[in-house]
Design a protein around this ligand. Structure first.
Ligand SMILES: [Zn+2]
Length: 295
């Protein structure tokens, strides 16, 4: 559980219906406040949660609903004059139910002009395609847009199609369209260092080749914005060795999950997952596996 000092307002009603445009949760003091905004959600076949695991074994962990409905959480950090977003939703051209960030920003009273930075964990559609508005202009006119050089290089390489199954080609075409739309505004940074003072990009490859997670402190507590390194509130923690179909390099993703789970549980970090219901919580070691408890 988060401390009372950190947890100002969690909005129990909003947690019960996490797929609509909304403020999912707020953490931290006013001057250094984390707000988690919903970009909506989408459905996917249960079988995608773990390759090579029978669907009924997956359903025993997730519940029987097939397709499975996931949520999209965009983290927003207010820090002095800075307003920093981590990823920016799916925009208008991905799946039904997603692309609701602009509405959630309005609900939170955040003007697009006020956003100073967008830091990307990776360039999948549900994290990157929201960077352009309906007129193909950058959604936040005053923002700096920061992504890992390795991730940009992968998705924008002419040969990317040869490295992806056919059903992922639209991901590459979309990433290239958004990167073109951002043009020079999309800055290339190296994983491993601080991208902004106090905000480190931790290499967490596997889900995509250049995937990063962001580590920083808020309200005096360690926080990590995980992106898609841990995507399911039970499976990713209890069975980190299961291989979701959405992980591009499944073996690397498993190794990344194991080292992240070790770090998050040892440091009592506030973990924020893009697809975790409730978004923020703590990770506890539980026998040979781990458990996520949303705040
Ligand atoms: Zn995602």
């Amino acid at each position: 559980m988060l401390t009372r000092r950190l947890l100002l307002a969690a909005g129990a009603a909003s947690l019960a219906a996490p797929a609509a445009a909304q403020v999912v949760t707020r953490l931290g003091p006013e001057a250094e406040q984390l707000t988690i905004l919903s970009d909506g959600g989408f459905e996917m076949p249960l079988a995608m949660l773990a390759r090579e695991v029978p669907t009924d074994a997956i359903a025993a962990e997730t519940g029987p609903a097939d397709p499975y409905r996931t949520v999209l959480n965009v983290t927003c950090l207010r820090r002095g004059a800075e307003l920093i977003l981590f990823d920016c939703g799916a925009g208008a051209h991905f799946l039904p139910g997603s692309g609701q960030l602009q509405e959630s920003l309005r609900a939170a009273g955040i003007e697009p002009e006020a956003v100073t930075h967008v830091l990307f964990t990776h360039l999948h559609p549900d994290h990157f395609w929201g960077a352009l508005d309906e007129f193909d202009s950058p959604l936040f006119p005053n923002a700096r847009w920061l992504a890992a050089a390795r991730e940009i290089d992968f998705w924008t390489a002419p040969k990317v199609y040869e490295q992806l199954p056919a059903d992922r080609h639209a991901f590459a075409a979309g990433a290239q369209r958004i990167a073109r739309g951002l043009g020079d505004k999309l800055e290339r940074l190296q994983a491993g260092g601080e991208w902004l003072p106090g905000i480190a990009a931790v290499e967490t490859a596997g889900h995509t080749p250049g995937h990063v997670s962001f580590a920083f402190e808020a309200g005096g507590q360690p926080v990590m914005v995980l992106g898609d390194a841990l995507t399911h509130p039970r499976i990713s923690f209890a069975y980190p060795e299961w291989r979701p179909a959405s992980d591009q390099d499944a073996d690397v993703a498993v190794a990344t999950r194991r080292s992240l789970l070790d770090r998050l549980s040892a440091d009592r970090t506030i973990a924020i997952g893009y697809h975790l219901p409730g978004a923020a919580g703590r990770v506890e070691k539980h026998g040979p596996a781990y458990r996520f408890t949303a705040s």
